[in-house]
Design a protein around this ligand. Structure first.
Ligand SMILES: [Zn+2]
Length: 158
């Protein structure tokens, strides 16, 4: 079995756009298995394939209610908004307050290759939005206000 390891910012793989999965085969199922091992080992609640160096549109999440895995996830609509501080396994020292949709309707393929649609709310909806960002090369620091980034730069320029 292929060994996966967690990629940390600024690894360039985290900035690439992942490709859609064409066929849900044993390679994809091994990827999901490897990703869940890493997510649980690092006590995360979500993980996207680019975080293990694989540019395929695969994400997983577990907020304590069981493992969800999604292939080629796509947000069809979103409702409401809320703010929450988010961390990321690939940026261990960073926390950013991010406004996201409170609930989302997401279409995806499951690991048995069935097309599904789910309405997700609260923390699950948030994690899925965070993970889909990873598939597009978007990271939590992209939501940080510019002033905050500038302040940090100034602080480090003694
Ligand atoms: Zn992340």
């Amino acid at each position: 079995m292929k060994k996966f390891d967690l990629k940390y910012y600024p690894d360039p793989v985290l900035r690439k756009v992942s490709s859609p999965v064409i066929k849900v085969n044993s390679v994809i199922r091994q990827l999901i298995k490897g990703m869940s091992k890493i997510m649980y080992y690092h006590k995360g609640i979500g993980l996207a394939a680019p975080q293990v160096g694989t540019l395929e549109r695969v994400i997983i999440a577990d907020i304590g209610e069981g493992l969800i895995s999604m292939i080629n996830p796509e947000i069809l609509t979103g409702f409401g908004e809320d703010n929450m501080e988010e961390g990321c396994l690939s940026l261990p020292d960073t926390v950013v307050n991010i406004k996201r949709k409170q609930s989302i309707l997401v279409r995806y393929i499951d690991k048995s290759e069935n097309e599904k649609e789910s309405e997700l709310n609260g923390l699950t909806a948030r994690v899925i939005q965070h993970e889909i960002d990873h598939l597009n090369g978007v990271l939590i620091i992209d939501y940080a206000p510019l002033t905050k980034i500038l302040n940090q730069n100034i602080k480090n320029r003694f």
